[in-house]
Design a protein around this ligand. Structure first.
Ligand code: PRP
Ligand code: URA
Length: 209
């Protein structure tokens, strides 16, 4: 298990854009996707490669290509905001879906949808679960529980903004999952929002409030 906090000036700059309360829906969505694209480079940098013989215009040569397939699984709704950016970086990735929402009183995740590509359980598939926000960690833990039940083996989790308690809970619940975080914030407030955070990510992405 590893926790990687991405340190990159472009990512920090774009995070500031989405933290600002005056950022509109269009710019918010655009920046979330750009951050997801940038994160793809770090998340995939150690993906296994396999040897392949090819022919250049000059000669035959042994080169390398990705060994495994990638399945991106956004946690609905807000995870959808990261999918286009990740697919721009990795166009061959397949996409599965998990629908969860937090009960606003108990903060417990409630499942309402699940659909995965057939290769989710393959030994040669890496599954990347994405959600911009890791607050209590309840949603990510439940989503990964569900994916493991479908047979997924090599799982990574990526989020934009995390609370320390969320990272801690997810690491303890799923110690085999590598976690990638664009920003580790201070804490959760009394109603489960990340501080300073960026507010309700789903609402800001889709203009629902
Ligand atoms: C948000 C967010 C995560 C979850 C994080 O979703 O996108 O899924 O909260 O909180 P947690 O770590 O405490 O579980 P929300 O439940 O608001 O649903 P939405 O994406 O449909 O807006
Ligand atoms: N979900 C959000 O959208 N924002 C938070 O700060 C916490 C959970």
């Amino acid at each position: 298990m590893s926790v990687t906090i991405l340190k990159h000036a472009l990512i920090t700059h774009k995070l500031t854009n989405i933290r600002k309360k005056e950022t509109n829906t269009k710019d918010f969505y655009h920046n979330v996707n750009e951050i997801a694209s940038l994160m793809a480079y770090e998340i995939t940098k150690d993906f296994p490669l396999k040897e392949i013989e090819i022919e250049t215009p000059i000669c035959k040569t042994i080169q390398y290509e990705m060994k495994d397939e990638l399945v991106i699984v956004p946690i609905l709704r807000a995870g959808l905001g990261m999918v286009d950016g990740l697919r721009n970086a990795i166009p061959t990735a397949k996409v599965g879906f998990i629908g969860l929402y937090r009960n606003e009183k108990t903060l417990e995740p409630v499942e309402y949808y699940a659909k995965f590509p057939d290769n989710i359980a393959s030994d040669d598939t890496i599954t990347l679960v994405v959600d911009p926000m890791l607050a209590t960690g309840g949603s990510a833990i439940a989503a990964i529980d569900m994916i493991k039940k479908r047979g997924a083996k090599h799982i990574r989790f990526a989020c934009l903004v995390a609370a320390p308690i969320g990272v801690d809970s997810l690491s303890k619940a799923h110690p085999d999952v590598d976690i990638y975080v664009a920003a580790l914030d201070e804490k959760l407030n009394e109603v489960g929002y990340i501080v300073p955070g960026l507010g309700d990510c789903g609402d800001r992405l889709f203009g629902t409030k």
